[in-house]
Design a binder for this molecule. Sequence first.
Ligand code: AMP
Ligand code: MG
Length: 343
Amino acid sequence: MLGEVLIAGFESTSHTFGVGIVSGRGEDVRIIANINDKYVPLKGGIHPREAAQHHVKTAPRILKKAFEKAGISIGDVSGFAVSLGPGLGPCLRVGASLARFLSSYYNKPLIPVNHAVAHVEIGKFLYGFNDPLIIYVSGGNTLIAVQRKKRYRVLGETLDLPLGNLLDTFAREAGLAPPYIVNGKHVVDLCAEKGSNFIPLPYSIKGIDLSFSGLLTAALKLAEKHKGDPDKLGDICLSLRETAFNMLVEVAERALVLTRKKQVLLVGGVAANTYLKEKLSKMAELHNAIYAGTPPEYSGDNGAMIAYTGYLGYIHGLRIDPERAVVRQRWRIDEVDLPWLPD
Ligand code: AMP
Ligand code: MG
């Protein structure tokens, strides 16, 4: 009989402070806690120092709640996992300090986790996917990847803005946000509901790479020109979303045709978007591939994805000395060797 492995994971790369706890006994792996708290700026975008202060303030409460939910004590865990990057320096340091301290205090191993890898692994875990074409879209990342030779390999990515950042920046500059998400919907989607006409906007893809900055500038210029006209703003929101999503679907289709994968997995915060899901699932179906998109509870930043990826690391012997566990703001997904991936 295999013993139970319990891993607590800490997420603090950007706006969210989260604690997840995973229990694993051989094939039986379960998420037993996923408690998160998001910093929402009163105005403007994410202020890294303010977000870090939010994390420091909420950490004790979130930690307590997560262990209560899991029904275990901190000392019961087999190891602590922490997201060391990529992300915002001040935010990353909150999770890293906490994890280093707990690992040293309880004398339990520390497992380093790359945040981008965690977004992918939680999606694979939820759907039992083993070799998907990965579409990772969030506030800070937009890329298409596949696994090969123990790493995730990036086939294409944004050359400038990430997709989430495009939607958020447009919403903010056009006076629609914050908040960016209302009742689970992005404010650009809510605004698009008032639109009915498609306006052609810059559509820029190169091979499997994309560029969103021209699209943002053009949409903002139009919004400025038609200030005070809600119908026109609706048309602009609709056109911005459709153009950006169609660009993503086209590069994903190019990658799918190239790699001939039979699974398509959408991960990251923007995976919560129903319009994007619909487009990608249709595209996958056209190529006889199975589509899955991470559900909202696990698509945005969360502690469970760090705990689960930490669990994979733990059972494969991945460890880091707490004294060496420094944060890496620009730690790319394709820089990490992952012992659980096939050769
Ligand atoms: P993450 O950094 O992975 O937590 O993702 C956050 C990003 O996801 C932000 O840019 C959000 O605006 C975006 N996001 C969250 N929910 C939605 C949604 N329903 N539609 C579009 N974007 C979303
Ligand atoms: Mg993220």
